[in-house]
Design a protein around this ligand. Structure first.
Ligand code: COA
Length: 149
């Protein structure tokens, strides 16, 4: 089966949380955050589905500036990585943002997270800032943006 990408649904949340916990451990978002985003993010919360079911997801949300969307979370099950599923999820989010009339997509990435940066770079994201303590002391992040205008 080819991987398909579609909007997340309540039945997907169990798998989404498993993938999230495997990817991020103690800093993983809990079930409640994903449940809220089914209502808050709509089509900006997408899952990738393959033969065993959900194998990855991307979560994004509109900000107080309606023209700016932030991508908040992206993860692919380890055994399905490096098959361009991450890129597919981000590409899907970019398409959704264009259809919503969004001007800019922003996100953050750990400076040493090479796979994530490759996915972002492939879609045209560029670094616009660097915060050495974005998530507190010792948790630096590159802030990246894709300008859709
Ligand atoms: C980041 C993540 C979502 C990417 O998913 P994916 O489906 O593997 O992504 P893709 O297959 O589309 O692309 C991965 C890219 O990283 C590259 N890559 C993978 N491991 C690498 C490594 N150790 N060194 C250099 N490049 C590497 C791949 O070659 C590929 O680049 P390419 O398409 O230019 O060849 C996945 O690695 C993941 O879930 N990581 C843990 C959670 C995480 O870090 N999320 C991102 C938070 S911003």
């Amino acid at each position: 089966m080819a991987t398909t990408i579609r909007a997340a649904a309540p039945a997907d949340l169990g798998r989404v949380v498993q993938i999230e916990q495997a990817a991020f451990g103690a800093t993983a978002f809990p079930y409640s955050v994903f449940r809220r985003h089914l209502d808050l993010s709509g089509k900006l919360f997408a899952v990738a589905e393959d033969t065993p079911g959900v194998v990855g997801f991307l979560l994004a949300a509109r900000s107080v500036s309606p023209e700016v969307v932030w991508f908040l979370d992206l993860a692919v099950e380890r055994s399905f990585r490096n098959r361009r599923i991450g890129r597919g999820l981000l590409s899907h989010a970019v398409t959704q943002c264009r259809s919503l009339g969004v001007s800019r997509i922003r996100g953050t990435v750990k400076p040493d997270n090479i796979p994530s940066q490759r996915v972002l770079h492939a879609l045209g994201f560029a670094e616009i800032a660097y915060d050495p303590a974005y998530f507190g002391t010792g948790y630096p992040r590159r802030i990246v943006e894709l300008d859709l205008r």
